[in-house]
Ligand binder design. Structure first.
Ligand code: FAD
Length: 318
C-alpha cells in the first residue's frame, strides 16, 4: 500500500519509524530484532536509510595516510524486502542522487517494483568526500527534484531508453523538508521553493528533518501551504538520549535544541538524560497528534528501547 493511502485510511494517530542498515559485515537479524520489538505497536511503515560510498583516511605505519572509498552501510533494498517479507509491514527505502548513476537508480527501482515495494523517499544525499566518476555514457541526478522527475517518468512508463510497451511503475514518492532550513539554502523561503519544485516534479508526501520545537514545524507547514504545497508533511522526531547530542545534533543536522531542553539536559546526571528526552518527545507527540499531523515519524537508528517508552506512554494516555 502507498504511504499516502495508509495516511488517508488512518483512524487514529500514526507513528512511523526510520532505521539504518547494519554496517558492512553486520547481519540482517540485528535489524529485524529491532523491527520485532516495534511490532506490538503496529508500525504503519518503516523507512530504511541509504548510504553512499565515502572517503575514509587510514594512517599507515610509516605515518602517511591512505585514502580508501567504502560504502559502510549497503543493503537498503534487501533490508526493506526482508522486513516486508517477514513482518508484512510496508517499507520506504531511501534513494540517493549522490553515489548512483541514473541508470543504477532505474535498476534499483525495477528491483523494488518486482519486490512489491512501491514507496520511496527521494534524496540528494550529502558529500562524504567522494563523488563517483560518471562516464560519458552514464548520467546522474544532481538534486532530489531531478530524482523525483526520474521516478515520476517511470510511473508514466518512460524509462531512460525508449522502450516499446514498457509497463509503468507505481511508486509513491516522498521527499525531505527542513523546518529549520537546509544548511545550504540561503534562507527558508528559498528552501521552501525548492521543496515546491520537488512536489511539482511529482512528490506525494514530505518527511521533515528532526526538530525539537513544534513551533518550527507548525510555522513551516503554514509557509508550505502558503506557496501551494498541499501534500502531507510528516514531522520527524528524535529522542535526545545523551549530553553529547546537545552539540552533535546541531552540528550534524543544523537544528536548534530549545533552551529549556538544553538547560535541563546540561544540569542532569548523565543517566537521567534519557528520561528527559523521553518526556520531551512525549510532550511533542501529544501536541502534534492533537493537531492531527499525518504521522509522527521517529528517527530510531538501530534501537527500539527508547522509542518504545514514548509510544507505550502515548498509548496509555489515549
Ligand atoms: P535537495 O532537495 O536536492 O536540496 C539540497 C540543497 O540544494 C538545498 O539547499 C536546495 O535549496 C538546493 N537546491 C536544490 N535544487 C537546486 C538547484 N537546481 N540549484 C541550486 N540549488 C538547488 N541522507 C542520506 O545520505 N541518506 C538517507 O537515507 C537520508 N535520509 C534522510 C531523510 C530525511 C527525512 C531527511 C530530512 C534527510 C535525509 N538525508 C539522508 C539527508 C539529505 O540527504 C541531506 O539533507 C542532503 O543535504 C539534502 O538532501 P535533499 O534531498 O533535501 O536535497
Amino acid at each position: 500500500m502507498h504511504v499516502t493511502e495508509i495516511l488517508d485510511r488512518a483512524t487514529e494517530p500514526l507513528i512511523s519509524y526510520e532505521i539504518i542498515p547494519p554496517r558492512r559485515g553486520g547481519t540482517v537479524e540485528q535489524v529485524l530484532a529491532v523491527v520485532e520489538e516495534l511490532m506490538p505497536f503496529e508500525p504503519p511503515f518503516i523507512d530504511v536509510t541509504s548510504h553512499s560510498a565515502e572517503a575514509i583516511y587510514e594512517e599507515q605505519p610509516d605515518g602517511t595516510w591512505k585514502r580508501r572509498v567504502m560504502r559502510k552501510r549497503p543493503g537498503t533494498l534487501g533490508l526493506c524486502a526482508a522486513i516486508k517479507g517477514r513482518f508484512g509491514v510496508e517499507t520506504v527505502p531511501h534513494l540517493l542522487c549522490n553515489g548512483f548513476t541514473r541508470e543504477e537508480t532505474e535498476d534499483a527501482l525495477i528491483e523494488l517494483n518486482y519486490l512489491g515495494i512501491h514507496n520511496v523517499l527521494a534524496l540528494r544525499g550529502d558529500d562524504h568526500g567522494f563523488q563517483k566518476p560518471v562516464s560519458p555514457d552514464r548520467s546522474r541526478n544532481r538534486y532530489a527534484a531531478e530524482l523525483v522527475q526520474q521516478i515520476a517518468a517511470m510511473n508514466r512508463g518512460e524509462f531512460l531508453d525508449d522502450l516499446v510497451d514498457a509497463a509503468p511503475t507505481n511508486f509513491c514518492i516522498g521527499v525531505a523538508g527542513y523546518p529549520e532550513k537546509h544548511f545550504e539554502a540561503p534562507n527558508l523561503a528559498w528552501d521552501i521553493l525548492n521543496l515546491k519544485r520537488k512536489v511539482d516534479a511529482g512528490a506525494h508526501f514530505i518527511t521533515t528533518q528532526m526538530f525539537f520545537d513544534n513551533r518550527r514545524y507548525f510555522e513551516f507547514v503554514e509557509r508550505c501551504r502558503d506557496v501551494g504545497i498541499d501534500v502531507p508533511i510528516l514531522p520527524g522526531l528524535k529522542i535526545l538520549t545523551s549530553k553529547r547530542q546537545l552539540q552533535l545534533l546541531p552540528s550534524r543536522f543544523f537544528i536548534d535544541i530549545p533552551e529549556p531542553l538544553a538547560a535541563e539536559v546540561e544540569a542532569a546526571r548523565p543517566e537521567h538524560v534519557v528520561d528527559i528526552g523521553v518526556e520531551w518527545a512525549i510532550r511533542q507527540c501529544e501536541e502534534l497528534m492533537a493537531a492531527n499531523v499525518p504521522s509522527v515519524h521517529f528517527y530510531i537508528m538501530q534501537t527500539a528501547s527508547v522509542v518504545k517508552q514514548v509510544v507505550a506512554a502515548l498509548r496509555k494516555m489515549a
